[in-house]
Design a binder for this molecule. Structure first.
Ligand code: KIV
Ligand code: ZN
Length: 551
């Protein structure tokens, strides 16, 4: 890289707007959305979608709730033309969905575009030409006047052909392409020249799309450009101001959100930000950002996972694991402290303790977009006891007492660290079983029976000690006390029961109950054991033996 970058690159000139209003505004409602997946998204694919892939994605966009869909560039290829014809002839678009088509300001292309639309219910004809100084100089070698003449001529060519679309409701859209790199005064001049031809009214508005074709500045600059246009264009009330951001500086979402504050009415973008270079605006993110603030986005992402699958199948692109809202890992916590906070937050929410969502680390309830809570907490070597306990409980109904969580957490953590990878709930259960339930040396149960008399319980147990049968008997105020006394009577070192709990296991488990017992040795040392059996009394005997075996 250059040391003296200033000699090669220059700062972006700010817009003179000292009384800008957008920083003091807040968003209160969703904009009109237009998906450009089938056009801008498609044209950026190494292998563009075929007709059946475009049809599948189109249906998914309709199902999501898009009412304006740019379906292609019908004059660009046969596939594009055929796709349009199939949509129209097979009546695939619901009556309230506008089919938008893109066309350059050229007569032959406009002719073919109009032809592709015959018989449609509702269409938006979107004409563009590029307006920035670099495009004027490098690509066209034309002056501002000549560039304006191209736009005016194209607008006229379209206008003169509208009578051919009888029975079709038509809206017209103009984009000064590379708007954000264009002087605002010239962007206004050329847009107003197109307006002069199309003569929009408040009842029959024209869409003026102001693209951030290449992100060349910070999002606040785009917002200034949009506010400047909204304030300086004539007949603002006859215009729908539309945003179309790309993501070259990774701030396409921010630019759109600030552009909405600056007065825009409509947003173009794609699912998950597919599009030229670093992509188009990700509409899913902007819509769910609104949702997160209690604003209905009028798009339905209740099954976002399914939408990801359709998108990946049709475009051949993949949604990265960190993609906002849609990525595999975006609702997942591996770190112990995050898991702990999420676990407590979810418990508070599920307990009905709050009216509004306020769970640490989770911006929205994953369940609202079809994500499962089980994805939220996953365990690797960064995780703590909370995550381990959460998985055991949520997947197997194993409710470890807090103090046992503190004992088993580090044991599991060491094992996971040795594995050097993420572990599943089933693997954690396996670790717990190996550490506690399957401990049969030196003590193992052969038989255990109790009888009660005058509030006292007598037990008779046959246990195996390293495989050798040992019979013992004892008495106490319950079966466990009787067992402890039997051990003492048999000459074993003293211990007492410090903690006890049990619960039924979930229906899927073969055994019906699990008991957790913490014993305290004469030395003061405490240790946990756990036992599983269909009989709760035997489960607790097994838990005592497990604790002794682990001592
Ligand atoms: O990025 C862009 O400027 C475009 C236009 C055609 C609207 O895609
Ligand atoms: Zn674009």
């Amino acid at each position: 890289m250059l040391k003296d970058t200033v000699h090669k690159y220059r700062p972006f000139p700010p817009v003179a707007l000292p009384d800008r209003q957008w920083p003091n505004r807040v968003l209160t409602h969703a904009p009109r959305w237009c998906s450009v997946d089938l056009r801008d998204g498609n044209q950026a694919l190494a292998v563009p979608m075929n007709v059946s892939q475009k049809l599948e994605l189109f249906q998914a966009l309709v199902k999501t709730g898009f009412k304006e869909i740019e379906v292609g560039f019908p004059s660009a290829s046969n596939t594009e033309f055929t796709f349009n014809r199939r949509l129209i002839e097979e009546k695939r678009a619901p009556d309230d969905v506008w089919l938008q088509v893109l066309v350059q300001a050229r007569e032959d292309l406009i002719e073919r575009t109009v032809e592709s639309l015959i018989g449609a219910k509702r269409v938006i004809i979107h004409m563009y030409n590029s307006t920035s100084p670099a495009q004027r100089r490098v690509v066209f070698g034309k002056s501002k006047e000549e560039i304006k003449a191209i736009a005016v001529k194209g607008a006229r060519l379209i206008y003169d052909r509208l009578h051919r679309l009888k029975g079709t409701e038509i809206a017209l859209q103009y984009s000064p392409e590379s708007f954000s790199g264009t002087e605002v005064e010239f962007a206004r001049e050329i847009s107003e020249a197109v307006m002069d031809v199309w003569q929009p009214t408040p009842e029959r508005k024209m869409i003026l799309n102001l693209p951030d074709t290449v992100e060349v500045a910070m999002p606040n600059v785009y917002a200034d450009q949009i506010e400047w246009m909204c304030r300086n264009l004539k007949n603002r009330e006859s215009l729908v101001i539309s945003l179309h951001t790309h993501n070259d500086r990774y701030t396409g979402v921010a630019a759109t959100e600030l552009g909405l504050l600056a007065g825009a009415d409509r947003v173009e973008g794609t699912l998950f930000g597919n599009g030229e270079r670093t992509g188009n605006l990700d509409i899913v993110t902007v819509a769910l950002n609104l949702y997160m603030h209690g604003i209905d986005p009028h798009l339905d992402f209740s099954n976002l996972g399914e939408l990801v699958r359709v998108y990946e199948r049709c475009t051949g692109m993949t949604v990265p694991p960190r993609q906002p809202y849609a990525g595999e890992l975006v609702f997942t916590a591996f770190s112990g402290s995050h898991q702990d906070a999420i676990k407590k937050g979810l418990a508070e929410w599920e307990g009905g303790g709050r009216t509004h969502w306020d769970v640490p680390y989770l911006t929205i309830d994953p369940a609202d977009i079809g994500r499962e809570y089980r994805e939220v907490i996953r365990v690797n070597s960064q995780s703590g006891k909370g995550g381990v306990a959460y998985l055991l409980e949520s997947e197997f109904g194993i409710e470890l007492p807090k103090d046992l969580q503190r004992e088993f957490g580090p044991i599991a953590n060491d094992a996971v660290d040795r594995l050097g990878r993420e572990v599943s709930g089933a693997e954690l259960k396996g670790m717990f079983w190996q550490e506690y339930i399957e401990r049969t040396t030196p003590w193992e149960i052969a038989s255990f029976a109790t009888e009660s008399q005058n509030g006292s319980v007598r037990c008779r147990a046959t246990l195996l000690h390293h495989g050798t049968p040992v019979t013992m008997a004892g008495e106490g105020n319950g079966p466990l006390a009787a067992l402890v006394n039997a051990f003492i009577a048999q000459g074993q070192p003293r211990f007492e029961i410090a903690n006890y709990s049990e619960h039924a296991l979930s229906a899927g488990e073969a055994a019906s109950a699990i008991a957790y017992i913490q014993i305290k040795h004469g030395s003061g040392k405490t240790i946990w054991g756990a036992g599983v059996d269909t009989n709760i009394e035997l489960a607790s005997v097994r838990a005592v033996l497990s604790a002794l075996n682990r001592s």
